[in-house]
Design a protein around this ligand. Structure first.
Ligand SMILES: [Zn+2]
Length: 228
């Protein structure tokens, strides 16, 4: 393979979230981890960014046509407080601005307050490390994963949805090849064993709303030691 890890000359990603997920993001219905991974994808994907902007325009014009309803002061204050939370803490000015970095997209970098070098990795198994991405609850949980060149992730499926955004390097599974900016969305119907490309490590941002379920021949052995 051999695509570059990052840079402004990167081609548009090939794998995208479906329109429902983009709409959830644009309308503020996505949780914090869901918003973070979608916002990170959109910084690398002009196509989905345009779609989200179109949703904003449509939503805005629909709101403009709705007859105003009187609301209580308490309701108004709750709405105003929620506006500040939209799309997570990516725009929180209180968070320290990290140095320029080319691996973590700006929404994720701003949320973590660090670039990739400041991430505290935890070894999951040989060749696979992960780091929790803290969020304030919500449907999805986020984590960064760093997988060494050539390593195969144990075959697995998911109890819920797993969204995987490639940030560096690449991997492939039975359903395609994924590079920086590509977003893989897998549900319970997907049983796969991703393999990282042989020429470099792969860094991904993963958001899941259910546990991974190992399904391969050594699943029982691994599941005693691995908690993804
Ligand atoms: Zn996209």
């Amino acid at each position: 393979m051999g695509k570059t890890v990052s840079g402004s000359d990167m081609p548009c990603p090939s794998h995208h979230p479906d329109e429902g997920l983009v709409m959830d993001y644009a309308t503020g219905a996505a949780c914090e981890a869901g918003s973070l991974i979608l916002a990170s994808h959109m910084t690398l994907c002009p196509r989905c960014r345009s779609l989200a902007e179109a949703c904003d325009v449509v939503g805005g014009s629909l709101l403009a046509e709705i007859e105003p309803e009187p609301v209580s002061k308490r309701c108004l204050l709750a709405v105003l407080a929620g506006i500040g939370d939209r799309r997570g803490a990516a725009s929180d000015p209180a968070r320290p601005r990290p140095p320029a970095d080319i691996v973590l997209p700006a929404p994720l970098r701003n949320h973590l307050g660090t670039d990739l070098n400041g991430v505290a990795w935890r070894r999951v198994m040989p060749g696979i490390e992960e780091a929790h991405v803290p969020t304030c609850g919500g449907r999805f949980k986020g984590r960064l994963m760093r997988i060494a060149a050539g390593v195969a992730v144990p075959r697995h499926t998911h109890d819920g949805v797993e969204m995987t955004l490639v940030l560096a390097g690449g991997f492939s599974d039975e359903h395609g090849r994924y590079y920086r900016g590509d977003l893989s969305v897998s549900g319970p119907e997907i049983d796969h064993a991703p393999v990282v490309d042989a020429d470099g490590e792969c860094v991904c941002f993963v958001a899941t709303d259910g546990p991974m379920k190992l399904t391969g021949p050594v699943a029982r052995l691994f599941s005693r030691f691995i908690r993804f």
